[in-house]
Write a protein that binds this ligand. Structure first.
Ligand SMILES: *Cc1c(COP(=O)(O)O)cnc(C)c1O
Length: 389
């Protein structure tokens, strides 16, 4: 079939059979290499979406592909009733890079946050959580309770129990919101979906102290900021503040569905207290190990840090009079404009650059950690060229 017919038939089937939750762009990708995606017509795009911070090591990473192929041929899934070689190896690795004590494997970011909140409830025998304005923690009934956006949350209330939402970046607002039934605080060290809001060392330190003082469980949601996105394994490493529970997903699995949370010493589920069928299968864990090895071997933490700085410098020199603020850390960058800019996604795609817009007026860049200078130059030039609507 010619590309036009393939495209048409996919769109037709999708419209007919898939629930229309996503508002799809008129794009159909069939392959990729490193930071470049290729559509069905053979057109190339520099990808600053990376499957929403998932494809950290780029497309067609041979180490990752081989690890998946080899593990798939050997053993894809086995029940969590049994031991599993890649899972044990990955658990050890995650404990080493998070500095925490034990991990639980699940399948997504929302599930990781659900599990973390269950663990906090069990540990404290309390039920409520404090979250922050603009927070995004996922779309399950539980994680939605800690997600601020009423557009996502309101149609489903009552949820298990929505969190109390306080201003992000304001530690005393957290202290004031603590009640007798508060089990914990859940925070993104950089808010992603909410518009790339970067916290600071003092904030996280103070929140840590409040949690210690009041006996609350501090959960860092590093689903988006983890696995090198900000130039270190985890964003918390920039701040020297450790949570009681750290949640992970997105970049962890090289595109396979994997989530996890790690908890400090003395905080763990015991037999029967939590579980999932698919979590930590040999296949996804082998993929994750290959992602971690790639990040180490190719020094992608350093690249994320350096390229992040390069991007910031270039972006700050753009000749645009509608930029309010450019912020971020490593390769998690937000460019806030003084107007709604959803149309940038299509306009940039036409010029061969994929980017994302969040919170209505923030262009969000989340490229693979492998991105190169020439690609960054092109991305910035394209952003600079898109006219104010
Ligand atoms: C994407 C995201 C989630 C939800 O992850 P899913 O895998 O989509 O369930 C949770 N928290 C943060 C910070 C995220 O960016």
């Amino acid at each position: 079939m010619d590309p036009e017919s393939v495209y048409k038939s996919v769109v037709e089937k999708d419209n007919k059979y898939v629930m229309p939750t996503y508002g799809r762009k008129p794009l159909l990708f069939t392959g990729g290499k490193d930071s470049t995606l290729i559509d069905v017509f053979g057109k190339e795009y520099i990808d600053c979406v990376a499957g929403i911070a998932v494809n950290a090591t780029g497309y067609a990473n041979q180490k990752l592909v081989s690890a998946i192929q080899e593990q798939a041929a050997r053993l894809i899934h086995v029940s969590n009733y049994y031991y599993n070689i890649p899972q044990a190896d990955l658990a050890e690795k995650l404990v080493n890079i998070t500095g925490l004590s034990k991990v639980f494997f699940c399948n997504s970011g929302a599930e990781a946050n659900d599990g973390a909140m269950k663990l906090a409830k069990l540990h404290t025998k309390k039920n409520s959580f404090i979250s922050t304005n603009n927070a995004f923690h996922g779309r399950t009934i539980g994680s939605l309770g800690a997600t601020a956006n009423i557009k996502y949350r309101d149609p489903f209330v009552p949820l298990v129990k929505p969190a109390t939402f306080v201003e992000y970046g304001n530690a005393s607002a957290i202290e004031k919101a603590v009640e007798g039934d508060t089990a914990g605080v859940i925070l993104e060290p950089i808010q992603g979906e909410g518009g790339v809001h970067v916290s600071n060392k003092e904030y996280l330190k103070e929140v840590r102290e409040i949690c210690d003082k009041k006996g609350l469980v501090l959960i860092f949601d590093e689903v988006q900021t983890g696995f090198g996105r900000t130039g270190k394994w985890f964003c918390k490493d920039h701040y020297g503040v450790s949570p009681d529970i750290l949640t992970m997903a997105k970049g962890i699995g090289g595109g396979l569905p994997l989530g996890a949370f790690a908890a400090r010493d003395g905080l763990s589920f015991e037999k029967g207290e939590h579980g999932t069928t698919f979590g930590g299968s040999p296949l996804v864990c082998a993929a994750s190990l290959a992602v971690i090895e790639t990040i180490e071997e190719r020094q992608l933490l350093q690249n994320a840090e350096q390229m992040g700085r390069y991007f910031m410098e270039k972006l700050s020199k753009m000749k645009r009079d509608d930029v309010v603020n450019i912020r971020g850390m490593g390769l998690m960058i937000g460019i806030e404009l003084n107007h709604e800019c959803g149309y940038f996604m299509d306009a940039a795609a036409q010029q061969g650059v994929l980017l994302n817009v969040t919170a209505g007026n923030v262009i969000r860049l989340l490229p693979p950690l492998t991105i190169k200078k020439e690609e960054a130059d092109r991305v910035v030039a394209v952003i600079e060229s898109i006219q104010k609507n």
